[in-house]
Design a protein around this ligand. Sequence first.
Ligand code: ZN
Length: 519
Amino acid sequence: MTMPPPSQEFPTVLTTKHEAPMLDSVNADPNAIDYDIVIEGGRVIDPESGLDALRNIGIVGNEIRAIATSELRGRKKIDARDLIVVPGLIDMHSHALDLAGQRLQAMDGVTTALELESGVPDVASAYAEAAQDGRLINYGYSASWAGVRMHVMAGESRNATSRQILEKLGAERWKRDAMPSERAKMRDLLENQLQGGALGIGILLGYSPYADPSEMIDVARLAQENGLPTFTHARPLVEQDPSVPVDGAREIAEIAASTGAHMHYCHINSTSNQHIDRACQVIDGAIAEGARITAESYPYGAGMTVVGAQSLHPETLSAYELEATDIIYSRTGRALSSLEELAELRRVDPGGLVFERYFDEETSPHRLSRMLSPKDWAVVSDAMPLVWNGRQDDTQWPIPARAITHPRSAGTFGRTLKLALKGSLGLTLGEAVSKCTLQPATILEATSPAMRRKGRLQVGCDADITIFDPQVVSDQATYRNTTRTSRGFSHVLVGGVLVVHEGNLQMDMRPGRPVRNSS
Ligand SMILES: [Zn+2]
């Protein structure tokens, strides 16, 4: 894990395309003011400008005001020699926006985590609650198709949390065909959310795989009319379930083409698995014809889902390349022994979380690199809320082992950077950093102006900054110790506030701000 030398090809003073920076680093003297914080001597990587060189960064308030080769005066200094300084990592797929989840993610270098795949049925409540309680890192929500459907079709709460939605995904009541009046009601509720700041529409379609395709077209059209994207957990592929009304990948391609909606393909790795090349062909073909489709993946060979999910039906399990012994019940940490045991668990605890082991990351590293190598896909965590054995206590830190999640909740970004530094992803470090910063910002910025100031290290951008030690950075969470925090992220700043300092979580800081759509 030797660190390649920083390039000397880049200019010593950066220009910026951002509007109205407080200090124009081209014309003004960056030494003329005292900065609140100066990050000194780090190897600074900005994926958008291509900067990869030793620089000092000056921060005032929540903004980057200078990036310079010369020494900067600061009230507080962070020594970043031998460390790498990158834009704060952006996770556009997290279901763990509560305090415990945000703490794990901050220790993994994340400065913005968004709940987009599930979303919530009442974004105003979610944003209000987050603002009232305070958040460690930045947050945002989509409007939840499944959550709204659960409310209209099954009488569930209008302001369910994403945790409550996940727990009910295995139930059948919300999946029945909707009458025209019910479809109209769902549409109104979703539209209200879009006008209330939601970042798009989250569509957990894979959990209702026989839903009427025309309903999906209507939902995508609604997003398009409001100038917002959709975030879809696709239906099964026909190889996995020949009885679906339409192939999962083809549906995303066709809806994007016919409605003009921006369709974001959630965790294409875990919904495609051994058929990923075929799914990519479909998507790439649609993109070449002008469809707006983006995608994401996470660096693990096991998924986590509710045991009542359609994909874990005992009769069709083998089509997903799974056997009963590949299913591990998160509450016990034990693999199931038979399809009969799986059927029983689906009956008694359909909302119970299980790991589904598709492949071993150690013995099949090529599968991992296949899922991470496309340069324009974002890296995401799909972080899951903690499941507590015994009394739930989100305030405990460190999080005790009796609280269980998927290791990706705590380790996605440490693992990605570690693999990139080892050269095992077929990506340069800059490309890997881009997939964790600039790519998600770019995917979202057309409709969420706040994202234009994130994912970059440039004058005028938000001071969301992640600093890591390339010799040390790594995930530590495993399937047995799921909440072990990543190591090597020495400093993490959210809006100019240190939430991780010298590797330690700053327990009382709440600098997280909402990310909303442009309305
Ligand atoms: Zn999903």
